[in-house]
Design a protein around this ligand. Structure first.
Ligand code: MRU
Length: 332
């Protein structure tokens, strides 16, 4: 992705390895600044996943791969490192997929840096394919809607839900994107809108609660990412996705989910088996360090919800666009 870092335009990834350190864009600082942080121990990378310095399933996966790389370079107990890194967050399948991928590579004698760099590049290549398949769905004049951030920041580079939009823009198509703000962590407003702005894609931020209103005025297609997709096609994504899918069904709007195969969890039969991360009350009750809710009122803060496969038109993957009843075949 293109971004201005320290006053200079450069091509940058969400996470990479440089001079023995894992480098990450601190996504908590955007859009105010593109701040890059360096980490030199695997527990620090696990903490960066936990505290949301890095976010989005494929970027979490790549960060976990680099954490395993550091653990190997430092001669740590790899089984313990794998367990610690997997404990960072509970929902994104890519976290577990990446740790297992690295454990297999390292036990086969692979070079740790080459293996982790290979993992990150593999994710970017998958996103490019997702963009190519998905761009065919976008026609001139369309109004699209997305939720949370499934752009380059969330996927090392290029994006999942945003990949078809980047590609369609490259193809010269004109379209408009509604980006819902994504309370409480505001990934839609602070990350997706920032990425769309960097790409020159026409867009507007809307409150989460305005999604059905704009659908009623005319939205042609919804594309979101996913954090984990069960074997039957039920999928977890940022809280508020389920509401959009229900409203889309009501209005007859196609609802697509863009994700690489690393996000598919074929060992989980359906959405009931997906662990949903519960985050702190303060993310809901406080803004900018100030409590805005009445003292004594508790808050609930599930980070994700599960949308049933029946509400999904198709999954845009690196292997093509699959209907929910076709996803089993990618596991063969
Ligand atoms: O909790 P986060 O910020 O890690 O949220 C994850 C996401 O970015 C989204 O849920 C996204 O839509 C799917 S991952 C590309």
């Amino acid at each position: 992705m293109k971004a201005t870092v320290g006053g200079k335009p450069r091509d940058i990834r969400a996470v990479w390895f440089e001079d023995g350190k894992v480098m990450m864009i601190d996504q908590r600082r955007l859009p105010a600044e593109v701040a890059v942080k360096a980490f030199s121990g695997y527990p620090d990378v696990a903490e960066a996943i936990r505290n949301m310095t890095t976010r989005g399933a494929p970027s979490i996966g790549a960060s976990a791969a680099y954490a395993m790389c550091l653990a190997a370079l430092e001669g740590c107990d790899l089984a313990k490192a794998a367990k610690d890194i997997k404990a960072a967050r509970p929902t994104a399948n890519d976290l577990f997929y990446a740790v297992d991928y690295m454990a297999a590579k390292l036990s086969g004698g692979a070079d740790p840096i080459e293996a982790a760099d290979g993992y990150a590049q593999m994710m970017v290549d998958k996103c490019v394919r997702i963009g190519e398949f998905g761009a065919g769905l976008i026609k001139d004049g369309m109004k699209l809607m997305t939720h949370c951030n499934a752009g380059a920041l969330a996927t090392v580079d290029v994006g999942t839900a945003l990949a078809p939009m980047r590609k369609a823009k490259e193809q010269g198509k004109k379209f408009f994107v509604y980006a819902s703000e994504t309370r409480p962590r505001l990934q839609g407003m602070q990350l997706t809108a920032w990425e769309l702005g960097q790409e020159g894609i026409d867009h507007a931020i809307i409150p989460d609660g305005a999604s059905a209103y704009y659908m009623s005025k005319g939205v042609d297609m919804i594309i979101t990412g996913a954090d984990r997709i069960a074997a039957n096609g039920d999928f977890a994504n940022k809280i508020g996705t389920f509401d959009k899918a229900i409203a889309a069904k009501h209005f007859g709007i196609p609802f697509y989910v863009a994700a690489p195969i690393s996000t598919f969890d074929f060992s989980t039969e359906n959405g009931d088996g997906i662990v949903i991360e519960q985050r702190s009350e303060e993310e809901v009750t406080m803004i900018g360090g100030m409590r805005i809710a009445p003292e004594g009122s508790p808050a609930l803060n599930p980070a994700f919800d599960v949308t049933p496969a029946a509400l999904v038109t198709g999954f845009i993957t690196e292997k093509g666009i699959l209907k929910p009843d076709e996803i089993a075949k990618v596991n063969q």
